[in-house]
Design a protein around this ligand. Structure first.
Ligand SMILES: Cc1cc2nc3c(=O)[nH]c(=O)nc-3n(C[C@H](O)[C@H](O)[C@H](O)COP(=O)(O)OP(=O)(O)OC[C@H]3O[C@@H](n4cnc5c(N)ncnc54)[C@H](O)[C@@H]3O)c2cc1C
Length: 432
């Protein structure tokens, strides 16, 4: 019996963990994990990579370290298709057969067909996005520092974040901290009025799904910090150096970050299975794909039929779905009947930058410094591995004592998001 798990994110790793634990005495069962990245990314801390608060390497855990002495095999490869009829997974570097499959390949950020998103906006999903954004901000600051034209300076230092969900809100709050407490004090050619942060949301409120009192508290806090929030505003085009709102208004922006929702994984777009309007595979309450009982799904890649509450793209939901998928595979092997999903979110935590957050947990709602401490403590505990917990705790502690690190890390001749040259020497070399 061969169980193959696709995706080394929260859902995939949880499925592997449960399968390992429950099948440790079954030497006839082989477990194979396939993922295109060889690490687990702790996404809640990704906004802090952009603001140079935490080191990128500290929020990821190599899959081979997580594996340790466990017996599952790991293959780093990119899944391109699944042939359900012949029970094979197709990858860039070959194929793998399965008897039971768990699809946990996560989601991607949808462009909703808005022109310019693919070309000019930066998605905010993977570790490399955090590194690129951080380097872009520092590079823009280096150029703005000696830019004589105030309008050009402001445009370089304008960041427009599209999407007022928790990712967009947490990211813009981090950027505000970065500009106010790091960039402005250190770059003498940049004044507080030179940077501009915009949060654009097509819906009528930010943080939809968070209790209205907390969402309003977050909105007021961001507004007080000088972040411009535009709700009921639809981005209709992203241009180099600008963003178009409702087909009419063009706002100059040095960078547009696209954090507008989730959609099903493109590698699964052609597989022979039902998808919802967001492109996510539809599972039954048992986490089996509707048409393929030997294939399970979990995490952002799937939606559960008639159960929107248990299908929200957050980590606790991904973990609960993955646990059930793994337990049901074990139940199948043992000839028992399958369980069904019972999941309801227990709360919501949104960081609003340093020393502020809004939290709703088990019906309790609070905000401010206590909420921020709770946010930090919970995320530290949830980080995988003591080493990473220590590294992130040290990053946070050091940030209270020392300035953040402003080294531009990517050795590129051009900034990959705005195309500006990274350094004068390189400009001369490129021109030559
Ligand atoms: C910036 C950000 C902040 C977030 N903050 C929070 C938060 O604070 N709290 C919360 O609950 N949720 C948060 N989320 C949402 C949360 O990260 C997701 O719900 C969760 O990661 C879903 O887990 P998953 O395993 O389904 O997908 P992922 O964690 O995305 O894992 C998918 C895995 O599949 C791999 N993969 C993808 N494509 C392929 C392929 N073709 N071949 C092989 N492998 C592939 C990927 O490399 C990855 O390892 C945040 C998301 C983002 C982007």
């Amino acid at each position: 019996m061969r169980i193959v798990v696709l995706g080394g994110g929260f859902a995939g790793m949880e499925a592997v963990r449960v399968l390992e634990r429950r099948l440790h005495d079954r030497s006839d069962v082989e477990i194979l994990l396939i993922s295109d990245r060889n690490y687990l990314l702790f996404t809640p801390l990704l906004p802090q990579v952009a603001s140079s608060m935490v080191e990128p390497r500290h929020i990821v855990q190599p899959l081979r370290d997580i594996r340790g002495s466990r017996r599952f095999r790991f293959r780093r490869d990119t899944v391109t298709d699944i042939d359900f009829a012949s029970r094979r997974v197709l990858m860039v570097e070959g194929t793998e057969a399965y008897d039971r499959l768990v699809i946990a390949m996560g989601s991607v950020v949808p462009s909703f067909g808005v022109p310019g998103v693919e070309e000019y906006a930066l998605g905010y999903k993977w570790l490399e996005d955090g590194i690129v954004l951080r380097d872009h901000l520092l590079d823009a600051a280096e150029h703005a520092d000696h830019e004589a034209d105030p309008a050009a300076r402001r445009q370089m230092l304008t960041v427009c974040v599209v999407g007022g969900g928790y990712t967009g809100v947490e990211l813009i709050a981090e950027l505000q901290d970065f500009f106010a407490s790091y960039i402005v004090p250190r770059y003498r050619g940049i004044d507080p009025g030179d940077y501009r942060l915009l949060l654009v949301e097509a819906g009528h409120e930010i943080l939809r799904g968070v209790h209205p009192t907390l969402a309003e508290r977050a909105r007021r806090k961001l507004g007080r910090e000088g972040i411009e929030i535009r709700t009921g505003a639809r981005v209709t085009r992203v241009l180099p150096g600008a963003v178009e709102i409702d087909g009419a208004e063009q706002l100059p922006a040095g960078l547009t970050v696209w954090a507008a929702g989730v959609t099903g994984h493109p590698a699964l777009a052609h597989v022979a299975a039902e998808r919802d309007r967001l492109g996510r595979l539809v599972t039954r309450a048992t986490m089996q794909l509707k048409e393929h009982p030997d294939v399970y799904g979990a995490g952002d890649a799937v939606t559960i039929e008639d159960n929107a509450g248990a299908s929200i793209p957050i980590i606790p939901a991904a973990l609960a779905q993955a646990r059930l998928a793994a337990e049901n595979i074990v139940a199948e092997l043992q000839g028992r009947s399958l369980g069904t999903i019972h999941f309801a979110p227990q709360g919501m935590l949104v960081s609003l930058g340093e020393r502020d957050a809004v939290v709703e947990v088990l019906g309790l709602r609070f905000s401010g410094y206590a909420a921020w401490l709770f946010w930090n403590a919970l995320h530290l505990v949830k980080l995988v591995g003591f080493r990473k917990q220590l590294q992130v705790a040290l990053d946070w502690g050091m940030a209270q004592i020392f300035p953040r690190d402003s080294t531009i890390m990517r050795p590129v001749s051009r900034c990959p998001v705005c195309g500006r040259h990274a350094a004068p020497r390189t400009r001369e070399r490129d021109a030559a």
